[in-house]
Design a protein around this ligand. Structure first.
Ligand code: ADP
Length: 267
C-alpha cells in the first residue's frame, strides 16, 4: 500500500464539501485495507464523495451502478468472441483488483444474490477474488478498496443488506446536509447567488419533512442543484421548482398541489 495519501489531496479532485469526519474515516479505512459502506438517501453526495476521495488518494475509480439484473459475471468478467477467437475480458471489479483501484458498487442491494458471494472473500483479510471461469485466484493489488452504497430508506424488506455482508464494512451514514452545508454546495454547483439559493434549501427541507406522509423520498440535494441551475440560466423560480423539485417527487396531483402551496409560503 502506498502511504503517500495526503489529506489536502489532488488540487483537481471533484468538489466535495465534507459534512463531518467522513473524509478522515474513509482515508483511515483506505490505509488499513478496510471496505467502506455508504448508507443514505439518493442524491445526498455519496457518489461525489467517492470520486473526491479517489482523486485525493490518487486511485483510479471504477463505478458500477447496480441493478436487479447485475450478476457476478458482470463484475468479474466473461469470455467474449472477438474476431473468431474467444478472449477473456475483465469486468470492472477484476480490473480494480488487478490495478489496485477503488471499486464503487452503487446501490449494491439491487444486484443479484451471487454478487455478495463474490464480495465476501474480498472484504476479509484474504482480499482475494476467485475467478472460477479462468481458474485464477487474484490477490488484490495494494491500493484496492471496495466501496458500496445503499439506500436504507427504500422500504423493501427483500432488498436490505444481510448482516453477514453489512458487518464486513466500515459504515458511513449520509443524510441530507444541514442548510449551512447545503447552501454553499448548491451555490458552488449551480452558480446561483446565495440569497437566491437560501429559499430553495428552505423549501427542500419543508418537502423533506413530508417524507413518509405524502412523499416516499425527500428532495435530494441533486434536485436542489437542478432547480438552482435552471434559475441561474434565467428560468422563473416557480417554473424551475415545479420542473426540478416537484415533478420528480410525485405523480399524485393532490400531493403536487400541496407542495405548490408550500412554494407560495416560502417565496
Ligand atoms: P448520491 O450518490 O448520494 O445519489 P451524488 O453524489 O450523485 O448523490 O450527489 C448529487 C449531487 O449533489 C452532486 O452531483 C453534487 O452536485 C451535489 N452534492 C451533494 N452533496 C455534496 C457535497 N457534500 N459536496 C459537493 N456536492 C454535493
Amino acid at each position: 500500500m502506498d502511504g503517500t495519501f495526503d489529506l489536502k489531496g489532488a488540487a483537481d479532485a471533484p468538489f466535495y464539501l465534507p459534512q463531518g469526519d467522513e473524509c478522515d474515516i474513509f482515508a483511515a479505512a483506505y490505509r488499513n485495507c478496510l471496505p467502506v459502506l455508504l448508507k443514505g438517501p439518493t442524491g445526498c453526495g455519496k457518489t461525489r464523495f467517492v470520486a473526491h476521495m479517489a482523486a485525493r488518494l490518487g486511485r483510479p475509480l471504477y463505478t458500477v451502478a447496480c441493478h436487479d439484473d447485475l450478476s457476478a459475471a458482470d463484475l468479474i468478467g466473461r469470455y467474449l468472441l472477438k474476431g473468431g477467437e474467444t478472449v477473456w475480458v475483465d469486468g470492472p471489479l477484476t480490473r480494480a483488483v488487478r490495478e489496485g483501484a477503488i471499486c464503487y458498487l452503487d446501490e449494491v442491494v439491487e444486484a443479484r444474490k451471487d454478487v455478495t458471494v463474490v464480495l465476501h472473500p474480498l472484504t476479509d483479510d484474504r482480499r482475494i477474488l476467485p475467478i472460477d471461469r479462468t481458474g485464477e485466484e487474484l490477490e488484490a493489488a495494494p491500493g484496492f478498496m471496495l466501496v458500496a452504497s445503499y439506500n436504507p430508506g427504500y422500504q423493501n424488506i427483500l432488498k436490505t443488506l444481510k448482516p453477514s455482508t453489512r458487518q464486513r464494512f466500515v459504515s458511513l451514514d449520509f443524510t441530507f446536509p444541514k442548510p449551512e452545508h447545503e447552501i454553499p454546495v448548491v451555490v458552488r454547483e449551480s452558480g446561483l447567488a446565495e440569497d437566491r439559493v437560501k429559499p430553495l434549501v428552505r423549501l427542500a427541507n419543508k418537502f423533506r419533512a413530508l417524507k413518509g406522509q405524502d412523499l416516499e423520498e425527500g428532495t435530494s440535494t441533486r434536485l436542489v442543484v437542478y432547480a438552482a441551475t435552471l434559475i441561474a440560466q434565467g428560468m422563473a423560480p416557480d417554473r424551475a421548482i415545479r420542473a426540478a423539485m416537484i415533478e420528480p417527487l410525485t405523480d399524485d396531483e393532490d400531493t403536487r398541489r400541496g407542495l405548490l402551496d408550500l412554494v407560495t409560503a416560502v417565496f
